[in-house]
Every structure is written in C-alpha cells, then in structure tokens.
Design a protein around this ligand. Structure first.
Ligand code: NDP
Length: 317
C-alpha cells in the first residue's frame, strides 16, 4: 500500500465539508469519500431539503443543494481530494487505519467520521412491493413526481420533518393526511401552527398505519385508531415516512464505541471517539441538535482535534 494519508474524511454533509476545509487549510491534504449511494445522496440530508432559512449568512435563505454545492466547491478550492465512492470497510484495529471502497484501499493516520444519519422506515407488510411505487421517505425529493400530483397523500410522523414534508406536499397534492400515533405533535410550535393553519392538511391523531395497500401503485393505507381500536382503509395515492433517523454507523460496529441507538460516542466537549486518531462529527454523533450549523461546527472541531492529535504524534503537515 502507498504511503499513509494524514486524514481521510468519510461523509460529505456540512460536517464533512467543514472538516475538509479546516484540515485542507491546515495543509493536511484530506481525502474525502463523499459517498455514492450509501446513506443517501453525496452532500447529505441538505441535498433533499428545499429552503434553508436557519443557516447564518444567508439573509434570504438558500436552497439546501445550492448550499452543499458551495461547500463542495470550497473544499475543492483548498485541494481536498474528493472520491465519489462508498466506503465498504474500515479497519481501526491498527495504525495506520485502513479505509476501503470498491475501487481502492487507503491507509490513513487519522480518520474523521461524518457519515450522518438515514431516514427510518416502518417496514410495513406492503412496503417492499410498493417502495418507490408511491412510497418514499423524502417528500422533498419525490413529492413533485407526476404520480403524486393532485392526489390525497399520507405523511407519517409528528416531528418537524413530518410537518415540513406535509406542508411541502400541499403544493402538489389535493390533500395531505398527517398521521401521528399520539395526540400531540413533537414538532416545534411554529411548525405545528403551520400545519394547523394549512387547510389542505388534516391531522389524524392517535392513529397508526398498519399496512400500505396496492398492486402496481399505492391505493390506500390501513389505519387504526390506538384509542378506539377502530381500523379502516384510507384511500390515498402516496405514503411518505417522516419518523426520524438511524445513524450511519454499520461500518464501525464492533470497532468503535456506539451508544444504545447506534450513534458514535464522542468524549464530552470533544470529537474524539473511543479509538485514538478517530474523530466523529455531525449527525452520526448527535441525536440532540441535528442542525446543519451544528454539524458544520462539529466538523470544524473534528478537524482541529485531528490536527492537534496528529501534531502530538509527530505528524504535523
Ligand atoms: P423526530 O425524531 O423529531 O420525530 C419523529 C416523529 O416520528 C415523532 O413524532 C415520532 O412519534 C414519530 N415516530 C417515530 N417512530 C415511529 C413509528 N415507529 N411509528 C409512528 N411514528 C413514529 O424526527 P424529525 O425527522 O421530525 O426531526 C429530527 C430533527 O430535525 C429534530 O430535531 C427536528 O427539530 C429537526 N428538523 C428541523 C426542521 C426545521 O427546522 N425546518 C425540519 C426537519 C427536522 P413520537 O412523537 O410519538 O415519538
């Protein structure tokens, strides 16, 4: 194997690109695996978001993909080597660490994990047959497709994502049923109000979806009220999940300390993980804040922690 890299970054959301920017400017010549299909689109979750109004510096807001393209351009400007492949294997048991994709295998002194999190699914009986045939976990990516136009659609969940996706879908749908398993939304007050004020959104409280029905395309869901136990079919032309996320940590299982939900555990006030020389930033280690700006902030922390650690090991740039 060729000489070890100073640092490899896995992931290309705000955390990964900020880590790239800082390590590149520290002359560490970072290599970034931006991904191909694992964990979603390269660029992370903002690639499937529309308006981002809470990233500082954009007074009028910015589209998620536009923000990520700008971050990528900035990483490239400082000579980050970006590889458009999924990492298939890492070996953290000895140094230098090994990071492998289908096409290559790299040795690296330090590793920054910024693999993010992926939308959860319910695994309903009809889901496998009907996935992408009227079922999706991303309204913003798929909601504008002709198959959903002027249809009655279902969104499952009660958090900010569910409200945001429902609101987005009302642009195209004739009606959106927001189906939530409890009698209170988890979403922030301002988002809740947005759903309540939207005449095209009907919130179905205390309701669970037990199955999705259809042959070639979704035609209905079977729902059950958890209080009355009454069950019925609700005709609809599409189903969107908005029920939270799973951290993308399968690569690291058994090699790094993960918490009970599978998030990478970092030392308090630091991005250091249970393995010296491995740092984690962004949603893969954060189930609390999960914002683009906090991900970017922790990407900066990871780069600085990494630079300091390499210097302590006698590997300054
Ligand atoms: P959340 O974890 O906040 O919400 C998930 C929702 O799905 C909850 O209402 C939960 O119900 C429900 N749910 C989970 N599992 C199931 C299940 N098996 N069956 C039925 N319902 C289920 O995830 P979000 O994606 O909404 O938000 C994640 C984070 O991102 C939050 O911090 C949020 O604030 C932020 N966010 C911010 C946005 C913005 O500011 N524009 C937009 C989108 C997200 P229950 O409430 O009963 O637990």
């Amino acid at each position: 194997m060729a000489q070890a890299e100073s640092v490899v970054i896995i992931g290309s959301g705000p955390a990964g690109h900020t880590a790239a920017l800082y390590t590149a400017r520290a002359a560490l010549k970072p290599v970034m695996f931006e991904g191909y299909s694992a964990g979603g689109t390269p660029g992370g979750q903002l690639m499937t978001t529309t308006e981002v109004e809470n990233y500082p510096g954009f007074a009028e807001g910015i589209q998620g993909p536009e923000l990520m393209m700008a971050m990528r351009k900035q990483s490239l400007r400082f000579a980050t080597r970006i590889v458009t492949e999924d990492v298939t294997k890492v070996d953290l048991s000895k140094r230098p660490f090994t990071v492998a994709s289908f096409e290559q295998q790299l040795a690296t002194r330090a590793l920054i994990i910024a693999t993010g999190a992926t939308a959860k699914r319910l695994n309903l009986p009809g889901e496998q047959k009907l996935w992408n045939k009227g079922m999706s976990a991303c309204a913003v990516c798929d909601g504008a497709l002709p198959v959903f136009r002027n249809k009655e659609l279902v969104v499952i969940g009660g958090g900010d994502s569910a409200v945001e996706e429902s609101t987005f879908l009302t642009k195209y749908a004739s009606k959106v049923y927001l189906i939530h398993r409890r009698e209170q939304l988890r979403a922030s007050k301002v988002m809740q109000q947005r759903a309540l004020d939207n005449k095209k959104i009907e919130i179905m409280w205390d309701t669970v979806v037990e199955d999705v029905l259809g042959e070639e395309l979704v035609r209905a869901v079977r729902i059950r009220n958890v209080k009355t136990k009454a069950s019925r079919e609700l005709p609809c032309g599409g189903v969107f999940y908005a029920i939270g996320f799973t951290p993308n940590t399968a690569l690291f299982k058994g090699q790094l300390k993960l918490d009970e939900y599978g998030y990478v555990v970092t030392n308090p006030g630091s991005t250091a993980t249970s393995v010296a020389g491995v740092f984690a930033c962004g949603d893969v280690q954060d189930k609390r804040y999960r914002q683009a700006v906090t991900a970017a902030g922790s990407g900066c922390m990871a780069a600085m922690d990494c630079e300091r650690w390499l210097a302590e090991q006698g590997h300054s740039a």
